[in-house]
Design a protein around this ligand. Sequence first.
Ligand code: AMP
Ligand code: MN
Ligand code: MN
Ligand code: MN
Length: 292
Amino acid sequence: MRIDLHTHSDASDGTQSPADLVALAHQAGLDVVALTDHDSAAGWAEATAAARDVGVTLVLGMEISTRHEGAGVHLLAYLPDPADPALGAELGLILAGRTGRLEAMVERLRDGGLDISVAEVLHQVGGAPAIGRPHVADVLVAKGYAADRSDAFTRWLNSGTPGYVSRYATPTREMVRLITGAGGAAVMAHPWGRGSRRVVDLETLALFQAEGLVGIEVDHQDHDAADREELTRLAGEIGLVRTGSSDFHGDGKVDHELGCNLTKPDQLDQLLEAAASNAAASGRAVPEVVRP
Ligand code: AMP
Ligand code: MN
Ligand code: MN
Ligand code: MN
């Protein structure tokens, strides 16, 4: 069983449509793929239809932007009810923060001498609800200001560079509660990826676990072998599910090919059981994965 639980489509900052992503997952020999676009379920319907078509099992999810002690923490939410009003309201705030930041970013880049407009970035976004720095990066690359997305981040978009503007993100504990309350299973994405290492330790994980955190993404390209070993130990110590995933972004991120990291079937089963029990606790029908 090949299971990859973290991917992005062009419903956020990936470069493939949800349908193409699902087809690629099938071609890559995956049995199960989760679609986890940033802060929105916009790609779910298209991915669902495609999964039935090509014959791959699809887990519907999102990757949600949160903040803990000033550091960005990304939470993967599997099978939350997208119609949950509390979760929906909070996602609305995050998306509005993304949209509101764009004008300020473009203004800063223009102050830095770059010829770039909001309209150009919106054209690149193409209607995705989650506007991100990668969309700005793509415009910078197209106009010759950077070699690729990564170069654009290093020169213009990372914190401490001319184009950086921060944005709203939900406090992590609150978002774990909201995901859990919406019948989903919350998993911390790349706990020791860029940015969040400083704040994520055993004590913080226990704090989030008390709110409903179910697992941590151990096998991720941001983690080296030593990180993975240490995170595996932490997960074992407090009983968190341990996942592995690609964080695929299509052509937008090198070295994140579909299936480059995998989740074990028993770990996925535990996530699905947690979602089922959270759904039951909030009076919902058990959320189903999309089976071919
Ligand atoms: P934002 O969502 O606007 O805060 O931008 C963060 C997103 O940018 C992440 O989800 C990554 O997909 C992407 N990203 C961050 N750093 C890089 C990088 N060095 N190269 C390519 N993509 C990046
Ligand atoms: Mn991304
Ligand atoms: Mn992330
Ligand atoms: Mn991601």
